[in-house]
Design a protein around this ligand. Sequence first.
Ligand code: SER
Length: 314
Amino acid sequence: MKETILVIGSNGQIGTELVTELRKIHGENHVIACDIRRPDYDIKNAGPFEFVNVLEKDILNNIFKKYKPTQVYLLAALLSATGEQNPKLAWDLNMNGLLNVLDLALIYKTHRVYWPSSIAAFGVNSPKVNTPQYCIMDPNTVYGISKLAGERWCEYYFQKYGLDVRSIRYPGLISWKAAPGGGTTDYAIHIFHDALKKASYTSFLSAQTQLPMMYMDDAIRGTIELMNAPAENISIRSSYNFAGVSFTPEVLAAEIRKHIPDFKLSYMKNDPRQAIANSWPQSIDDSQAQKDWNWKLEFDLARMTEDMLHNLKS
Ligand code: SER
């Protein structure tokens, strides 16, 4: 069957790479990039693009009516750090954007919807090491609260209306093609840029702050694999744990020094993102994703570091 795929939030860190990958698989004209901002890269020239604000339901409705998408990826969101600067907007965008898309997917009989959750859905009382799929979840950022609530809505639409919604709790995502979007894990991207530019970086997270991270190539592949899995294999309709690789700024710096020996790392004090990071898991148990749709990580810390430096350099 020929798919018609909407990617809403196509200009962001994930959207930029997802659109390119989906267009390779399905053909350029079958993947419609949608964003509130004009794309400043090749997405526009490489296939259809529509201006969309997910909060404007009438305009969103027209896009669904025009394309009758078989799949929708909803990526538009405010992330953890940016969300704390504007909590009401973060809630509105992250929550009502999702509800608008879920409702329109039902009306226009979209076959599959993808919506990302995050490690931010966990909180201070969640187990920190090897955080299980099911445990106490008490997020304390508006981003995390919206992700946890969104997970519940996804499961609700599946159970109540049979909508095939799928989701992954992403760890921090590391990539070089598009800038990160205002998250707590962004240090792990900035560090590579500064390492190449000036062989030094000042981290806003402390030396020992361990967080789960993943290279974008793995995240995109995993997302598409989840969306391609047979519906009967999907046992989780809230959101799947996704582990990636866990490290601290100090460990990442040591890996970078294998390529840039004089790289120096220093640390800021009292950055508000530290408290957010402290409330998140240090590592994740993603055995359910491995079991249900055969998930396997490819990029470890060494491979990721090498690839980041190589691509940013060129
Ligand atoms: N990378 C995100 C953030 O830091 C977590 O999902 O906000």
